[in-house]
Design a protein around this ligand. Structure first.
Ligand SMILES: CC(C)[C@H](C(=O)O)[C@@H](O)C(=O)O
Ligand code: SF4
Length: 478
């Protein structure tokens, strides 16, 4: 607890949900919502049932099909993952038995778990939400205390509506100033991870604050908090503000009428007190960030797009030097290479990091009227069926397909290789996703993380290019 009774936002959410402190230093926390998906959820439900337990309150549990299902148009129940059909079947039967609301493959509201939970107001500021999926931290963007858990913890949460958790420390990341035009929340989080290390936030709940954060739209805040787990944080948080209220107003599961007014009144208390103490504080000037692309196999192996891949001597610690050498070998690159000279084979726009309507709009604005570079494969996967419909109403699907992109149904798709679909061996993919480790998008596939704007511009140019660089090069040619 902080000095003189002052609390951080995280402390407030924690104490509002603390049932009791346990002897071993853990706290029993009340869990408001559990979200499941077909990759890990059915396993948890099956195991709970075979241990003889029931789901305590199925009204607070939700499940979606996102990880394994195909995203090819007209997919039905198809999946390319070996044994994937078993997961799909088990998810259906377990959720039916437990009476849990399932967003099934053909549901109009289906989508990636972290995209649909706020989209429908299933997660709200001040609630605790857990999911057996590491990117649950995404929801801290609206001031929910949300974190990823393991399968046995999921069983505990389902059976009891509580979880035992060891309290992490408080960290604040203050981002002041303004992001430059064309620089996004994705570039900001990649910059933070590159600068402070992929384990920079280990042991902490991170609150993002500062003028640059307040300026971010809610969907961009999701992108930022989504990758807190790549920064090794327990979770991330942003104090809810009027943008969050406007975002949630009218959502299906959001409170209505008098309940809405009460909720908003509570949400307005969800901010760190002025003199609250943080065990660690980082300060960043938003204006110094340029579009970022990863070159290696960790999100910290990233540089500004106009830079070169660092040379071996630029890594100060020996373990970073070794990791860099190994990453370069896997990625088929050399230290010192200029990023803009590196050609790609594919461009992927999707995932819980960057597949919301604002992401698709930003990418479409760049590809509009242009064609993907010859030989480059482009794939766009909306994060939810709602996002897909909204994008189609605006004609974004046509902009993408006319430029040469595939336009898919919603799901995790090639964000993650589940034994099924992949871009293929040694293919270099620029991707709006959040993980770039070896094999993430398939055996020997080479992943480079970037913003939707940079992925779109790179697809058009054929090699790493920011939107600004693309516009400048075209005006030189014209
Ligand atoms: C399959 C699932 C458990 C996993 C996660 O926890 O994050 C996946 O979503 C991922 O992004 O790697
Ligand atoms: S989109 Fe990718 S990162 Fe997000 S939940 Fe699915 S597999 Fe995990």
């Amino acid at each position: 607890m902080a000095i003189s009774g002052a609390s951080t936002l995280f402390d407030k959410l924690w104490s509002d949900h603390a049932v009791c402190d346990l002897e071993n230093g853990e706290t029993l926390l009340y869990v408001d919502r559990v979200f499941l998906h077909e990759r890990t959820g059915a396993v948890a439900l099956q195991s709970l049932r075979s241990a003889g337990y029931d789901v305590r309150d199925a009204r607070r549990v939700f499940c979606t099909m996102d990880h394994i299902v195909d995203t090819f148009p007209g997919r039905g129940d198809k999946t390319l993952m070996p044994s994937g059909a078993d997961f799909i079947r088990a998810t259906r039967s377990e959720t039916r038995t437990a009476n849990i609301r399932l967003f099934d493959v053909d549901d109009a509201d289906q989508g990636i778990v972290h995209v649909i939970s706020p989209e429908q107001g299933l997660v709200l500021p001040g609630l605790t939400l857990v999911c057996p999926d590491s990117h649950t931290c995404t929801q801290g963007a609206i001031g929910a205390l949300a974190w990823g858990i393991g399968s046995s913890e999921a069983e505990h949460a389902l059976a009891t509506g509580t979880l035992r958790v060891r309290k992490p420390k408080n960290m604040r990341v203050i981002v002041d100033g303004a992001l430059r035009p064309g620089v996004t929340a994705k570039d900001l989080i990649l910059h933070l991870i590159a600068r402070f290390g992929a384990n920079g936030a280990a042991g902490y709940a991170v609150e993002f604050s500062g003028s640059a954060i307040r300026q971010l739209e809610v969907e961009a805040r999701f992108t930022l908090c989504n990758m807190a787990v790549e920064f090794s944080a327990f979770t991330a948080l942003i104090a809810p503000d009027e943008k969050v209220e406007a975002y949630l107003d009218g959502r299906d599961f959001a409170p209505k009428g008098e309940h809405w007014r009460d909720a908003v009144e509570y949400w307005r208390t969800l901010r760190s007190d002025d003199n609250a103490a943080f065990e660690r504080e980082l300060v960043v000037d938003a204006g110094e960030i340029e579009p970022v692309v990863t070159w290696g196999t960790s999100p910290e192996q990233a540089v500004g797009i106009s830079a070169r891949i660092p040379g071996p001597d630029e890594h100060l610690e020996p373990h970073r030097r070794e990791a860099a050498a190994k990453a370069l070998q896997y990625q088929g690159l050399q230290a010192g290479q200029t990023m803009v000279d590196i050609a790609v084979n594919a461009a992927f726009i999707g995932s819980c990091t960057n597949s919301r309507l604002s992401d698709l709009r930003a990418a479409a604005a760049i590809v509009n009227g242009r064609r993907i570079a010859p030989g480059v494969r482009g794939v766009v996967v909306p994060g939810s069926r709602r996002v897909k419909r909204a994008a189609e109403q605006e004609g974004l699907d046509r902009i993408f397909t006319e430029a040469g992109f595939e336009w898919r149904d919603s799901g995790c798709s090639m964000c993650f290789y589940a034994g099924g679909e992949t871009f293929g061996e040694f293919q270099r993919v620029i991707s709006t996703t959040n993980r770039n480790f070896e094999g993430r998008q398939g055996p020997n596939t080479r992943t480079h993380l970037a913003s939707p704007e940079t992925v779109a511009a790179t697809a058009i140019a054929g090699s790493f290019t920011s939107a600004e660089m693309l516009a400048n090069s075209e005006s030189l040619i014209a």
